[in-house]
Design a protein around this ligand. Structure first.
Ligand code: ADE
Ligand code: ZN
Length: 325
């Protein structure tokens, strides 16, 4: 059987982690104190008691307010550096991390404060033998006008970004709402991905839009795609990566989409395993590999293939991929 030592030693790429979702209770408390913010809890246990959710909306209702403690550039630095240290210790070699600028600019934090803090942590983490890049997400429950303004703010710094994504509340917020912003981002040379959270209303239609109209290169979650064989063919032919997050899925669906992941893997689809919001869903990337491997009795070959898929569907150069594969 697959052991925790195996999943943590396995070289891997992390392609689906929200950096704000790596905010551990102890750092949350430390930043609250540093910034003189009353978050209503005094210790780690009290913070953890607030982690009560069973679907995307109830999770996001806990997740966004917690970001109030992130105020200064150094706070964003500390957040990202702590994550990268942890990732490096679990043999993550490459990270493409999401960040949500609008979750911060909407409460008066400058875009530059966020970006500079995260970027500086990425630069410093190179000394830990981990390389990382940023994917800027549009919040899909905000207007497309807000996304447009966010992209305008970001474009002067496009060299510090690898791509754009789409996250937050999917309900009645289809990818098509942001077609223009995705097209503009692609024209600026950025890669494209979008969340298609599991078991959402209009899941298949959202996946179809993301693939056929937006032209995403990856789908985040997206495992509902097994309901539509034509779309499975499409991702297979076009080598679109699907980034599945078992421990995050477990909050919504006890089977954590394990069967779907195995079906996609058997069909040669580039599905891979990631952590989503590890501080909120009970585990980092190696724990996510372990969770699916143990529950579904994966073979070593299947686990290694998942890790290979993570490098193959990453946005590193062919030459760099050759080093890892
Ligand atoms: N933001 C953080 N995690 C997310 C997820 N799983 N889906 C949508 N938005 C998110
Ligand atoms: Zn996510």
């Amino acid at each position: 059987p697959i052991t925790r030592e195996f999943t943590s030693g396995l070289p891997k790429a992390e392609l689906h982690v929200h950096i704000e979702g790596t905010l551990e209770p102890d750092l949350k408390l430390k930043l609250a104190q540093r910034n003189h913010i009353d978050i209503g809890q005094q210790n780690v246990e009290e913070v953890q008691k607030t982690y009560d959710y069973d679907d995307l909306a109830s999770f996001l209702a806990v997740y966004y307010p917690a970001m109030d403690v992130l105020q200064k550039e150094q706070d964003f630095y500390d957040l990202a550096f702590a994550y990268l240290q942890r990732a490096a210790a679990n043999n993550v070699r490459h990270v493409e991390m999401f960040f949500d600028p609008q979750a911060h600019t909407s409460r008066g934090i400058a875009f530059e404060t966020v970006l500079h803090g995260l970027h500086r942590a990425i630069v410093d983490a190179r000394a830990l033998n981990i390389d990382a890049a940023l994917i800027m997400c549009f919040l899909r429950d905000f207007t497309s006008e807000s996304a447009r303004q966010t992209l305008i703010e970001a474009l002067p710094y496009k060299d510090q970004l690898v791509g754009v994504g789409l996250d937050s509340d999917e309900h009645n917020n289809p990818p098509l709402k942001f077609a223009r912003q995705f097209a503009d981002a692609a024209a600026a040379g950025l890669h494209l991905t979008a969340h298609a959270d599991i078991d959402q209303k209009d899941s298949i239609e959202h996946i179809r839009q993301a693939l056929e109209i937006i032209g995403v290169e990856r789908l985040d979650h997206g495992t509902n795609i097994v309901e539509d064989p034509d779309l499975v063919d499409f991702v297979s032919k076009n080598q679109i990566g699907l980034t599945s997050c078992p421990l995050s899925n477990a909050f919504i669906s006890p089977e954590m989409k394990g069967k779907e992941v195995l079906e996609l893997l058997a069909k040669g689809v580039k599905v891979s395993i990631h952590s989503d919001d590890p501080a909120y869903f009970g585990g980092y990337i190696a724990d996510n590999y372990y969770a699916i491997a143990s529950k579904f009795d994966l073979t070593k070959e299947q686990v290694v293939q998942l890790a290979k898929n993570s490098f193959e569907s990453s946005w590193i150069s062919k030459e760099q991929k050759a080093l890892y594969l």
